[in-house]
Design a binder for this molecule. Structure first.
Ligand code: ADP
Length: 490
């Protein structure tokens, strides 16, 4: 099968969060299972060019229709750790992808509407006719719309679309200008509730809704979050749309790239280790302590890695930090915030705790440091308000760091409470789960983890190794996606 993934991220070259990991990991798995995969991405100025091999111009003078005229683009081609990627670079005064950022510009809706248009136009003129286009998140939500309403009439009527929603919070709401820019035009037609009109903002079109309405299959990134999206109102206003399109909606758990995330062969960590030889783990703990000037000693190391965002339960992250310190543990936080209030808050904490030998707060994005933290940590906290899938708990499991999580979304599908899980036998349990959003709830789970670490260290190590034995690789999830592709092609 010939599959083209179109997305705004692909790790490690463009990564703001889990989307990048998923796009790369799934593509790799599909290739492993014998399929041909290509990726189309924006050519950002700030991406990690050191992770691209053989970058060269592949298509010069791609004329992308835009506002009744055209924007000339160059399409570059290169390999990102074995995956063939096409990068679209527009030449216009808008400088869409030369902003020193991936997201967060005021005209993001225009930037990604343009990217979507350019990606389909590139497929059309370069005569690429994949069996399946796999689009991800709101940034590519207009692709199924354009394919069905426009490009299907120009020789792309056989292409099928799988649309994956990684986060319902960001949907891409825009005015009619996007319709005129992309050539979809027909405002009256698209401003219908059964097409693109936002369910709650009558003056806006909704990219993600377009993706849901026009794709052949829609999924989110875990079975439990698919359930939540339909029944618990976590879909940020798209519940009715999902209800209408229920027959083509489901959940597929994100996998983890076990080659990228492999403590036995990770170039960023101090000492390799595995579930059969766990001794290297403690050396990584020492290495992290040295790197971050933390005190040495017999203390549990608790870590949080992730976006500092309301979604991630920042108040509970904050509480976990102080609670761990009060219980005599160490805490390491690696995160970045886009909201200034949260950013200021954690900068304040960083300054406040600067001289504390048991705590380190690293604000920013640092892939290499993240690997070392996973390898060093005894416990990973993931107290999310909601979590479509979550990767930090599965990476933690892979690195023998016991996850303490809130029981929402994909966390429910991956972490099973050591003491209370009723559905898994003790030998399959791998962490600690709490459900409410208050400090006491977090404490109840973190306390049990810290208690086991200090009172029954052998049992704790057994639990960590049990976690390492879980299989959250892409194999099974990749097969499920192939099943979806086969289904929509039939
Ligand atoms: P998200 O909601 O951000 O997609 P996930 O848990 O699905 O959350 O994926 C987060 C991914 O991003 C993981 O690979 C995690 O290690 C990585 N990550 C998040 N924040 C940072 C950071 N500040 N530095 C390095 N890696 C990070």
């Amino acid at each position: 099968m010939y599959v083209v993934q179109i997305a705004s991220e692909c790790a490690p070259v463009i990564k703001a969060g889990g989307l990048g990991d998923v796009v790369y990991g799934l593509s790799t798995e599909l290739e492993k299972q014998g399929h041909c995969v290509e990726l189309i991405l924006p050519k950002y100025d700030c991406m990690r060019y050191d992770h691209i091999w053989g970058l060269h111009e592949a298509y010069l003078g791609l004329e992308v229709p835009w506002y009744g005229s055209t924007v000339t683009c160059t399409v570059f081609c290169g390999w990102v750790h074995g995956r063939l990627c096409f990068f679209i670079e527009p030449h216009s005064g808008d400088n869409f992808f030369h902003r020193g950022l991936y997201y967060g510009a005021v005209d993001d809706h225009m930037r990604f509407a343009f990217f979507s248009k350019a990606a389909v136009e590139f497929l059309l003129v370069s005569n690429k006719r994949p069996d399946v286009l796999h689009c991800h998140d709101w940034q590519t939500g207009l692709i199924p719309v354009m394919l069905y309403e426009m490009y299907g009439w120009h020789g792309m009527e056989r292409q099928r679309i799988c649309y994956t929603i990684h986060n319902f919070k960001h949907q891409g709401i825009a005015g009619a200008d996007v319709l005129w820019a992309t050539g979809l035009n027909r405002e009256d037609y698209y401003f219908q509730y059964d097409r693109l009109r936002d369910n709650f903002n009558p003056f806006g079109i909704n990219f993600m809704k377009g993706g849901i309405v026009y794709s052949n299959h829609v999924n989110t990134v875990s079975p439990h979050h698919a359930w939540e999206a339909r029944y618990s109102g976590i879909s940020y206003g798209l519940g009715h749309t999902l209800e209408v399109h229920n027959s083509k909606f489901g959940g597929i758990l994100n996998g983890l790239d076990y080659d990228v995330w492999n403590p036995a062969a990770d170039e960023y960590i101090a000492e390799p280790y595995s579930k059969d030889d766990f001794s290297g783990k403690v050396k990584n703990k020492q290495a992290l302590r040295e790197r971050l000037s933390l005190a040495h000693g017999d203390k549990p190391l608790v870590a949080f890695i992730g976006r500092l965002d309301d979604q991630k339960g920042v108040h509970l992250v904050h509480h976990a930090m102080y609670y761990t310190l009060s219980r005599g543990g160490q805490f390491v936080l690696l995160g970045s915030a886009t909201e200034s209030g949260i950013n200021d808050w954690f900068w304040h904490e960083k300054t406040h705790l600067n001289d504390n030998p048991d705590c380190h707060i690293e604000l920013g994005f640092n892939e290499e440091l993240a690997h070392l933290i996973y390898a060093a940590a005894d416990i990973m906290v993931v107290p999310s308000n909601y979590e479509p899938c979550g990767l930090t708990q599965t990476i933690g499991l892979r690195y023998g760091a016991v996850p303490v999580v809130r029981g929402v979304g994909g966390l429910v599908n991956t972490v099973f409470d050591r003491d209370y899980d009723a559905h898994h036998p003790p030998q399959e349990r791998n962490g600690y789960v709490f459900y409410e959003t208050d400090n006491n709830a977090l404490e109840s789970a973190l306390d049990r983890a810290l208690g086991l670490w200090s009172v029954y260290p052998d049992e704790f190590e057994k639990l960590a190794i049990q976690g390492m034995s879980c299989d959250y690789s892409w194999k099974q999830s990749g097969e499920q996606y192939i099943g979806v592709y086969d289904h929509i092609r039939a």
